[in-house]
Design a protein around this ligand. Structure first.
Ligand SMILES: [Zn+2]
Length: 362
């Protein structure tokens, strides 16, 4: 049954993805959850993680201590403000560069150019999330940064000392590069003939972290790219060692070759590690050669839905039209049914269940 909550001593990693968009929900023990990124069901526009936890009967206000936004990229933050709104006591963790003046300026430009409710953007999702937290007067934001970042114990969690999060990205250089990129965007925006902001932020910005709960270690890779010795996976592999320690792995950047780091696959993952990838249909990732590369290491690999492009369902288009105020024919939805890969660990053993179009990649 899909709606059976994990037992207190079971650790769960659920990854959601309908074709474009991904999010994860992690049960860290004792009924407490950490949410990572957000994606919405194209048919309902509701955040997949929220719907799932509600169906499990989780008290969102009480039992979600942490929400991590890995980066301000469209396919990772859609519905983020729903998470922040629904989970009254959760602390939001965002990449450090999103506290920079340049990022705030981009959110402001986006706000001025796109009157509320007329067009969705990743900036508007961050802006709305920050506004909700500000209205709550909560000391809300923690800033993820590799190297200098302290461990974040989910303090609100009953699990307490048995849970920790350690950010391995973004590095100092990645934070600086992101801020430089933001200011370049602002400069370009004010050059003649330009009226819109690019909708995607660089993946340099993305955070990645290891969360450990009751001895189970999960690597959440965000969209971090391979990079160099100064940032990305090469930097991570040079500076951190989780040799033969990782039990579960959310594969970075939809299995793209530009996010592949052999040291992670050869050395960090336990032989029993479970890997989960979400597709990005617009670029057909993961492609067959991506799958072969990942599978060449011999680990289990699961995918939330297929990578092929499919047309939006009429129902998804109608729902989107009603919500956006656009006419039906103007609505562009990349179609898809929400898929979920659910991995649970109990006494060192994993078991995997799939829902919707999710499947094991062989
Ligand atoms: Zn992505």
């Amino acid at each position: 049954m899909i709606y059976d909550p994990p037992e207190a001593n079971e650790i769960e990693l659920s990854v959601f993805g309908p074709g474009v968009g991904e999010s994860a929900a992690i049960h860290v023990g004792g009924g407490d959850w950490v949410l990572v990124d957000s994606c919405v069901d194209p048919r309902t526009q509701r955040s997949a993680s929220i719907v799932y936890l509600e169906n499990l009967g989780v008290n969102l206000n009480k039992n979600v201590g942490w929400i991590v936004a890995t980066h301000a990229h469209n396919d990772h933050v859609r519905g983020l403000s729903q998470l922040v709104d629904s989970c009254a006591q959760a602390t939001l963790i965002v990449p450090q560069a999103s506290s920079a003046e340049e990022f705030v300026a981009l959110m402001k430009i986006d706000d001025e150019r796109t009157p509320y409710g007329t067009r969705w953007s990743s900036y508007s999702e961050f802006r709305d999330s920050f506004a909700i937290l500000k209205a709550r007067h909560s000391d809300y934001r923690l800033l993820a940064r590799g190297a200098a970042s302290k461990e974040f114990p989910p303090g609100a969690s009953k699990a307490g000392a048995n849970v920790s999060m350690y950010f391995v990205a973004p590095s100092e250089v990645a934070v600086t590069r992101s801020v430089v990129e933001f200011s370049e965007r602002i400069r370009r925006f004010y050059s003649p003939g330009v009226s819109t902001l690019p909708s995607q932020d660089p993946n340099t910005f993305s955070s990645a972290f290891v969360i450990e709960a009751y001895g189970v270690k999960l690597l959440l890779g965000g969209d971090v790219e391979a990079g160099s010795s100064e940032w990305g996976w090469v930097n991570i592999a040079n500076n951190y060692a989780y040799v033969n320690e990782i039990d579960g792995h959310k594969v970075p950047h939809h299995g793209s070759p530009n996010a592949y780091e052999p040291i992670i696959w050869n050395s960090w993952l336990k032989s029993t590690a479970v890997n989960v990838v979400t597709p990005y249909r617009s670029s057909r990732r993961p492609r067959p050669d991506d799958v072969s590369r990942m599978r060449s290491h011999g680990h289990e690999l699961w995918q939330t839905s297929n990578s092929e492009s499919i047309a939006a369902s009429k129902r998804a288009k109608r729902a989107q039209a009603a919500l956006s105020g656009l006419t039906y024919s103007k609505v562009e939805v990349v179609g898809g049914i929400m898929g979920q890969v659910r991995v649970r660990w109990k006494e060192g053993r994993s078991s995997v269940q799939t829902f919707g179009p999710a499947f094991q990649v062989v």
